[in-house]
Design a protein around this ligand. Structure first.
Ligand code: IPE
Ligand code: IPE
Ligand code: MG
Length: 246
């Protein structure tokens, strides 16, 4: 299916230096709804259009990996009705969107815990979407679902221990290779919407040297133009990785 809203890439973006991996904390759905006198869940529903538009915007630009934070390990603390809505919504979103994403060459993967709290039918939809799209190469959409950065590190350490790794061989590489997607390079750019300036347990290990861009826009209003704006900001940063400018 063609891009539902093909949009020219602004000349201010240097297409030779597009971040390979972009992470997004899709925040502000509840406030978006509350400002309209709607239920918080309506805000989550409205976030679908933002996700689709940003995904196509990233694809058009040649981004390699887009990681989106859809549900955190702490989001279980929300009212049961909202949690239930989010579970069903994410399942529905996959069922509604996987075919178009598939025909556009998007590989869908997931990061997070597949624990007992995630309903079986949701796990099944996740499995179906990753199976359907596993050979696609145009872009990877990594959905962080029941994801926590600390949980990811704990899970990696558990695997280290169960692999019987000698303490002298516990290196960054040994840990990294046991994260959820060791094949995905660290994010170059992480964007958080809705004017919140925190990480909220997103990609803790992987974000060590990511550039951070914060946007005031609430997630349901975020579109590829906002993504392109964040990329422009990214392109003005100087990444030193602890070294000095050359
Ligand atoms: C982000 O929007 C979506 C999820 C965390 C699932 P919020 O629901 O956190 O929206 P605000 O922050 O309350 O506005
Ligand atoms: C982070 O947003 C999680 C997702 C976007 C899925 P939250 O809204 O849960 O974060 P806090 O509670 O404001 O830190
Ligand atoms: Mg929030």
């Amino acid at each position: 299916m063609p891009d539902p809203r093909p949009t020219p890439i602004p000349a201010s973006i240097d297409v030779r230096f597009v971040p390979h991996h972009i992470g997004v904390v899709m925040d502000g759905n509840g406030r978006w709804a509350q400002r309209r006198g709607l239920a918080r869940t309506e805000g989550h529903g409205a976030g679908e259009e933002a996700l689709v538009d940003v995904t196509y915007g990233a694809l058009a630009l040649g981004v390699g990996v887009l990681t989106v934070y859809a549900f955190s390990t702490e989001n279980w603390r929300r009212p049961v009705d909202e949690v239930r809505y989010l579970m069903n919504f994410n399942r529905g979103l996959l069922q509604r969107r996987q075919h178009e994403l598939h025909s556009d060459g998007v590989r869908i993967v997931f990061s997070g815990r597949r624990d007992w709290r995630v309903p079986r039918r949701v796990l099944k939809s996740m499995q179906d979407a990753s199976e359907l799209t596993k050979d696609n190469r145009a872009m990877t959409l990594n959905i962080a679902f029941n994801y926590g950065g600390r949980a990811e590190i704990v899970d990696a350490v558990q695997r280290l221990v169960s692999d019987g790794i000698d303490p002298s061989r516990v290196t960054e590489m040994a840990i990294r290779s046991r994260l959820y997607h060791p094949e995905i390079p660290d994010p170059d750019l992480v964007i958080r919407t809705s004017g919140e300036y925190r990480i909220s347990n997103f990609l803790l290990w992987e974000m060590a040297y990511s550039e951070l861009v914060f946007s005031e826009v609430l997630w349901p209003d975020f579109r590829r133009e906002d993504l392109y704006g964040a990329i422009e900001e990214f392109q003005q940063r100087v990444r030193r990785f602890g070294g000095v400018d050359t």
